[in-house]
Write a protein of this length. Sequence first.
Length: 231
Amino acid sequence: MATPSSIQESRLYLAQLDPTNKFDTMMKMAGVITKHLEEEGIQPIVVGGLSVELYSREQYTTRDIDFVAPNHHQISRVLDQLGFRSYGKDFYHDELNVSIEVPSTTLTGDPEKIVNLSYEGFTINIIGIEDIIIDRIQHALNTKTTLDLDDARILMITQYDEIDWTYFNVHTLMQEPYSMMGIDAKRGMYWIENMHQRIEQADESDTIETMAASTDIDRQLARGTINVEDL
């Protein structure tokens, strides 16, 4: 299918997508939405689960696209024209079984780290990998669960050579836009440094699965029991 130009063409374009092909559907939908929002002067940035899956090259299981973007009114208007139904702040496409969420108007991260990914004639803006790792760590600290650390660990393993490891430091984590408390920033950095060391020391017998296995340090970070006095 040719890349659509107008809203009407894009609505027909989406209607022809195969919902069983999750990756293709999610990418083209994100591309269509990005195209029309940028025509309105809005730069939507993909965050959340889809950004994790794109970086980690994992199986595509999510049916949600999380965008960070300003001006909810204009976003709502564009999505309505594209065939989405509104549910409060969220939007849903019945035929493709995909929901769109806009959890925030501003990016929690460095705009210079945003990656512009090309796919089938579209450009999709994705949160920087360093920032999505920090986001997962913050979420683990806030929820006191380790599930988000699994995402962070997979990202660090699969994108090891692409990550700017100097980006991670206590000072950065304590400053805006992250604004972690000092104790959480230290614990987060301890976890990052421990994972970094594990990857560096891996040998041929190690697989992604073995390196990605949860550890006691995950549980200590989530529970807030890492003793920062020793750091």
